[in-house]
Design a protein around this ligand. Structure first.
Ligand code: NAD
Length: 495
């Protein structure tokens, strides 16, 4: 990987796509309005981006619907659709470095992660779904010999994909991969904090031969562009990733408009249960630190609650603190940096205010707890460990979305499960033990879409991902994700 200075030189050569992408072309917002795209690395404006609204949503939906009806993409031979998507993947690979720099500048994540993880995993995701296009078969139901009962899948139509800022390219890819492979038209609304990679990806898709109108990108704000998509009468489905609060808005928008399908990937407050018989306590502590400080804690699955058996608590907190030291925020453009900035000033303030709430609730700061790198003009927070936390405290119940972990103790397995499940969320859980029976029993009792045993972050594109309870509806990743972008049709034939 290049050195920090090389990246700085490359930045001067990066240009920003900052207009809406509708029907295969860049265009300003109909209102002419723009908003500042600010880099949290140093607080400076990178570019002014088109602020899309209702009128732009109308234009994009029209383009998306027209091409869907025409069948240019929706009825293209699956092999051909795959080829276009693979060409797109090859172009993303060719521009991987540029996309990684855009992601780092836009959201402040370390370049050492944006290149292999954000861009790398997006490539794997899109490639994987491209390959499904000509490999999924329809079904025949058991039927009498004088009939044929066919079950076929059809694209759902026009999909609105509304995504967050924590993994802008990857969250978009989790939607675009299965939605496009199954023949839908998509209108992607990136988060207002992170519009840059989405626009560049759409441009590369057009270059790869994706027909006009199949992928449109509308940068803009949630309450305006996002809501207009959610309420549109000609949008067939919303695929959303973001907060639980906004996920519920989309359910309301659907109910108050055309009853469009709504798939939700929302918040989390993941428990990380550490039993006294953990095989390698130092490794578990290193994973606990990585599980909550990676991406400055701005991860829906972040292991934000360490639920540790009483007898090893002090030792474990000490070890997590030792590892936390390696996650102190540094320059995101330096390839040696493990943790960068928060996404913006607002998110930094929110995290600092939660640290304040934790102190006032009576929890003890065992590590960190302050703003960092103030002199850069950017928005950084220290990795922070709270000890003496009760699960009823706000810092244990609410999603902070920052590098802050709460330590809670338990006496026995039953209590560990009770505390772990005592949350409105159910996205992910982890547990550490050397007892295989305990591992399975506890894993079965945890109400979470993903359970990691002796790990905090397992799984790749082949495994489904999503939440129980208020962490979502539906699944991203794996073949299961394809189902939500398709209608199932039954055709009965009397012979
Ligand atoms: P957010 O809910 O504020 O915003 C997400 C998207 O919704 C953005 O594009 C935003 O512009 C849009 N939006 C905001 N208000 C809206 C409104 N009133 N109407 C329509 N659209 C609106 O979330 P965020 O702050 O961008 O991201 C952080 C959240 O995302 C966290 O809660 C995190 O857990 C969640 N997340 C979940 C997953 C998952 O897969 N479960 C993955 C990543 C992030």
């Amino acid at each position: 990987m290049a050195a920090a200075e090389d990246y700085r030189t490359q930045i001067s050569q990066v240009s920003y796509r900052n207009q809406a992408f509708i029907a295969g072309k860049f265009a300003p917002a109909a209102s002419g309005k723009t908003f500042d795209c600010i880099s949290p690395v140093d607080g400076k404006v990178l570019t002014k981006v088109a602020e899309c609204d209702q009128e732009d949503v109308e234009r994009a939906v029209k383009a998306a619907r027209a091409v869907f009806e025409k069948g240019t993409w929706s009825q293209m031979a699956p092999l051909q659709r795959k080829r276009v998507m693979l060409k797109w993947v090859a172009l993303i690979e060719k521009h991987a470095q540029e996309l990684a720099i855009l992601e780092t500048l836009d959201v402040g994540k370390p370049i050492a992660q944006s290149l292999p993880v954000d861009v790398g995993s997006s490539i794997k995701c899109l490639q994987w779904y491209a390959e499904t296009a000509d490999k999924i078969y329809d079904e025949l139901a058991p039927a009498r010999p004088d009939s044929i009962s066919m079950i076929t899948r059809e694209p759902i139509g026009v999909v609105g994909a509304v995504v967050p800022w924590n993994f802008p390219m990857l969250m978009a890819s989790w939607k675009l991969g299965p939605a496009l492979a199954t023949g839908n038209s998509v209108i992607l609304k990136p988060a207002e904090q992170s519009p840059l990679t989405a626009l560049r990806m759409a441009e590369l898709a057009a270059e790869a031969g994706l027909p006009e109108g199949v992928l449109n990108v509308l940068p803009g704000f949630g309450e305006t562009a996002g809501q207009a998509l959610g309420r549109h009468m000609d949008v067939d489905m919303i695929a959303f990733t973001g907060s639980t609060e906004v996920g519920k808005f989309f359910l309301r928008y659907a109910g108050e408009s055309n009853m469009k399908h709504v798939a939700l990937e929302t918040g989390g407050k993941s428990p990380n249960i550490v039993f006294g018989d953990v095989a390698d306590i130092n490794h578990a502590a290193a994973s606990a630190a990585a599980g909550v400080f990676y991406n400055s804690g701005q991860v829906c699955t972040a292991a934000t609650r360490i639920i540790v058996q009483e007898k090893i608590k002090d030792q474990f907190v000490e070890l997590v603190a030792k590892h936390a030291d390696k996650w102190r925020p540094k320059d995101p453009l330096d390839p040696k940096t493990a943790m960068g900035s928060m996404v913006d000033e607002g998110q930094m303030d929110r995290v600092l205010s939660y640290i304040d709430i934790g102190r006032k609730e009576g929890a003890k700061v065992a590590f960190g707890g302050e703003r960092a790198r103030r002199n850069t003009g950017g928005f950084y927070v220290e990795p922070t460990i709270f000890d003496d936390v009760k699960n009823s405290m706000r810092i244990a119940q609410e999603e902070i979305f920052g590098p802050v972990v709460a330590t809670i103790t338990f006496k026995d397995d039953e209590e560990a499960v009770k505390i772990a499940n005592d949350t409105i969320y159910g996205l992910q859980a982890s547990l550490w033990t050397r007892d295989i029976t305990r591992a399975h029993k506890v894993a079965r009792s945890l109400r979470a879409g993903t359970v990691n045993i002796n790990a905090t972050d397992g799984g790749d594109i082949t495994a489904p991902f999503g939440g129980y309870k208020q962490s979502g509806i539906g699944r991203d990743k794996s073949l299961h994700a394809l189902e939500k972008y398709q209608q199932i049709k039954h055709t009965y034939i009397q012979l």
